[in-house]
Design a binder for this molecule. Structure first.
Ligand code: AMP
Length: 513
């Protein structure tokens, strides 16, 4: 027997087994907040959404873009679209109107859902149907009543979501993830992290980022309670953990730092830090320093789990979770071992090519880049996905040591150097430019621009940064600008970025942060 694996399976099961349980605790005090939603209620609302999309004339396969910080409506929309044959396009809400407009247009989204706080700034972003998630305009879309959406002939190879990611091109690329891919990622991720029906999850990870890395699927399947967090703030995270009995959260290393700082403030005031021996935190996006891991274990008493992956791999490729053999080690040594990206997840095969690039073979890897067959052909070669990351194997453990692709990762989000360079070339004082990532205590890496000035023009750092801030999402903009006489190039004229990065990375054992 072959039953198609579709993400609708997760919500159907939750509604049957855990119908009366709280599925979602929405962020309080926001326009359109849904308060507490049970799994039966989540299913009703997802079906209402599907029926409403039918009424708007959407066919199966049509795209629906979602531009919003974390919200219950977002989690429901992941199911209300894909579980009924449409394609979700979760979009980074920190991008500016031009960038979001590009994604909406490129994906061909017929519907765009927009958070009320972004409505004005994104006034120019439109689609056939533009709906603000304020509880009024979207009332029909999330109605808590029985609806009968058009049946969809379940197909596990159908695209469930398109997730845009900044890579090696000036514009982001749409990663097509199928139902089968998302299903297998959710199941293996849930297995490795041990998601159970007793878990209470805090959504510290943006839901747009690989569909909250697939956690909403894994948690829904198990009927776990999910607490929505709209904005990352260390103290607020601790408060929610205390109030809701949170046991599991995920984030980039910057989230860990925010929590550690808030915990230090609490301890200084003689206040308790919640979650000891109860919470596990899953970290990815950049290699966390081993000192940070040690502090999570000793100061918070939480379990630290690292994973590594990409949007293109849905994302799980490797996992580093303390095996029983490490129980007796002292925390510093254990943290050193945990600072590696980890061992292949179930179903993943890894290889390192002669140039040191990590290649992965897995059912989690993308179907392709949306309408970019040439980029797809470059990314998947001889049955392996080229990660663009550089690394090596330490026994079975993968270590990420370098980045082959020209991407900077700041606060867990990708920044394409080429995109930033493109923007800087529009500045009248810029004759030549190279954009690199340099280490940063809070964000892991930050964007730095090295500029050769055009003759007779003066390139002021403040002015150049402001120029970028007016044109790109702020997290992509340089935080420092240096004027240089010339940029090192190869005989064929290619920029030698490794030479430019060297002085800033001295004393670091890895060239990524
Ligand atoms: P994204 O597609 O935005 O999720 O970014 C994926 C990139 O994040 C990868 O190609 C890596 O460069 C980086 N990354 C993710 N997880 C880790 C990790 N555990 N250690 C080092 N880098 C990571």
């Amino acid at each position: 027997m072959r039953v198609p694996l579709t993400i609708g399976d997760f919500l159907e099961r939750a509604a049957i087994v855990y119908g009366e349980r709280v599925a979602l605790v929405d962020e309080p005090g926001r326009p359109g907040t849904l308060g507490s939603v049970t799994y039966a209620g989540m299913r009703r609302r997802a079906r209402s959404m599907a029926a409403r999309l039918d009424a708007l004339g959407l066919e199966h396969g049509d795209r629906v873009a979602i531009v919003s910080p974390n919200a219950a409506r977002f989690a429901i929309a992941l199911f209300g679209t894909s579980a009924f044959g449409r394609v979700a396009v979760p979009t980074n809400f920190r991008l500016n109107a031009d960038e979001i407009g590009y994604i909406v247009k490129h994906s061909g989204a017929r519907v765009v859902l927009i958070d009320p706080e972004l409505d004005e700034a994104l006034a120019g972003v439109s689609a056939e149907h533009r709906i603000v998630l304020d509880g009024t305009a979207d009332e029909e879309l999330f109605a808590d009543r029985e609806s009968e959406p058009t049946a969809w002939e379940a197909d596990e190879d159908a695209t469930a979501s398109i997730n845009y990611t900044s890579g090696t091109t000036a514009r982001p690329k749409g990663v097509q993830l199928t139902h089968r891919t998302l299903w297998l990622n959710a199941v293996t991720f849930g297995w490795h992290v041990g998601v159970s029906d007793r878990d209470v999850y805090l959504h510290t990870l943006p839901m747009f980022h690989v569909n909250g890395w697939g956690m909403p699927y894994a948690l829904t399947a198990m009927g776990a309670k999910q607490v929505v967090l709209r904005k990352v703030d260390g103290e607020e995270i601790l408060r929610r953990i205390e109030a809701e009995g949170v046991t599991l959260l995920c984030g980039a290393p910057a989230v860990v730092t925010a929590v550690l700082d808030a915990a230090t403030l609490r301890r200084d005031k003689g206040e308790e830090v919640p979650g000891r021996e109860l919470v596990r935190i899953v970290v990815a996006g950049a290699p966390p320093p081993s000192k940070t891991i040690e502090r999570v274990e000793t100061e918070l008493g939480w379990e630290f789990i690292q994973i590594y992956g990409l949007t293109e791999t849905a994302p799980l490729l490797t996992v580093n979770r303390r095996p029983s053999e490490w129980d007796g080690l002292d925390p510093a040594e254990r943290s050193r071992l945990l600072s590696r990206a980890g061992v292949p997840a179930v179903g993943v095969q890894l290889r390192i090519d002669p140039e040191g690039e990590i290649l992965a073979r897995s059912n989690n890897a993308l179907e392709g880049y949306w309408e970019q067959p040439e980029d797809t052909a470059k990314a998947i070669q001889d049955g392996y996905f080229r990660t663009g990351d550089g690394g090596y194997l330490d026994g079975a453990h993968l270590v990420i040591a370098d980045r082959k692709k020209d991407v900077i990762i700041s606060g867990g989000e990708n920044v394409s150097s080429i995109e930033v360079e493109d923007c800087l070339y529009q500045h009248p004082a810029v004759a030549e430019v190279a954009v690199i990532g340099v280490p940063h205590e809070k964000w892991g890496e930050t964007v730095k621009a090295l500029i050769v000035q055009r003759e007779g023009e003066a390139a002021e750092e403040r002015d150049i940064i402001e120029f970028c801030r007016q044109r790109m999402a702020h997290y992509k903009c340089p935080t420092s600008v240096e004027v240089v006489d010339a940029l090192p190039r190869t005989a064929t004229g290619k920029l030698q970025k490794f030479k430019l990065r060297q002085p800033y990375w001295e004393g670091h054992d890895r060239l990524v942060n």
